[in-house]
Write a protein that binds this ligand. Sequence first.
Ligand code: SPQ
Length: 425
Amino acid sequence: MKLTRTKGLRGTISIPGDKSISHRSIMFGSIAEGTTTIRNFLMGADCLATIDCFRSMGIAIEVTDKVVTVHGKGLRGLTKPDKVLDVGNSGTTTRLISGILSGQDFDVTLSGDASLNSRPMKRIMTPLNAMGADISSINDNGCAPLLIRGSKIKASHYNSPVASAQVKSAVLLAGLYGDGPTSVTEPAVSRNHTELMLQSFGVDVICEGKTATVIPPNKMTGQDIVVPGDISSAAYFIVAGLITPDSEITMKHVGINPTRDGIIKVCQAMGADITLSNVEDSNGEPTADITVKTSRLHGTEIGGDIIPTLIDEIPIIALLACFADGQTVIKNAEELKVKESNRIDLMVNNLKRMGADAVATDDGMIITGGRPLTGISLNCKYDHRIAMTFSIAGINADGEMDIEDAECVDVSYPNFYATLKELAE
Ligand code: SPQ
């Protein structure tokens, strides 16, 4: 994909469904009784992998343009797949499904692409195995492929060393099959979609400060879900609207759950012209229309408890910082090293290649804004968030930006380039 400087991104767009919520809607619909309907489901490659996994375990899932319908079979209704479950590029699929599969009465093997199979899985194996699960790394390297042997799950409390919704969710989902309440305490609150959606499916989930507790239910009941627009996808157009001259973009019906809205707070702290309107509730998830206009920005410091609320937005925030006056310091973000790529290295190295003043630190980066950027040729290691970030960089740079593996945006935002083109016209 080749991109060159663009001016005046203008228009009103809808943002595809939230990836985290879409995954959970398929998983919980499958183990609930009755039908779950899902509107604005994200048809990205990661969520389609989750659908395929549950179809392989005997769940009928119909997909049309407008609605996905899951015919749930209850907590004990999954059946042994006759092949290895292919989790593709998706960490969420792998880690959440592992929690559910821990408590089944059959064995399963999970495997993904090269990036997925190099991401750390000990972080879920350790707490799940402590609950009585039997999960092993087939190559004995703490990564997928994983062999999960269905087991009896014991109620448990886990003090998680990382603020990770995937770790928290894996433990809580195994806890659905436990012999008593299971709780997780994290160092900072990570996204809470699992807790909110389990509650809407009728599960007793108690959230107190940094601890979430699940009480094993007798059953879960199918729901009608409308998935909010994904704030992590909106983030590319929030930043594009702020840094591209002569721009004004409105994004409709975007999720603004406080465990995900760190990007909005950071934009405000940097002096951005960003407004929220039409605030509504969608199955317990708050949503709003977000409008941004080209803005004069200044640097800021980002660290501590806000990090889990914007972890996937740090690549695009790093680009934003290149267009702000002064220094932006991002710290406590070491989790970026274990995403689809090492996002600290990939961002800093390539921003530097474009001419930016960017320095990698052990747990983040320091960026001093104001230097002009020039297009480069880039391989994103198939990381969708890196590809979208450098696409927005490319339309704000001199020369030509060439992204070799741009098709990886399909993981979370299949229409990304079409929407970018629409706004530029
Ligand atoms: O699913 P995957 O590949 O892990 O996706 C990412 C992303 O950038 O889309 C992370 F690479 O999002 C994670 C996010 O970083 C999705 C997620 C969830 O749905 O629970 C939680 C976060 O990960 P973690 O490790 O902090 O729990």
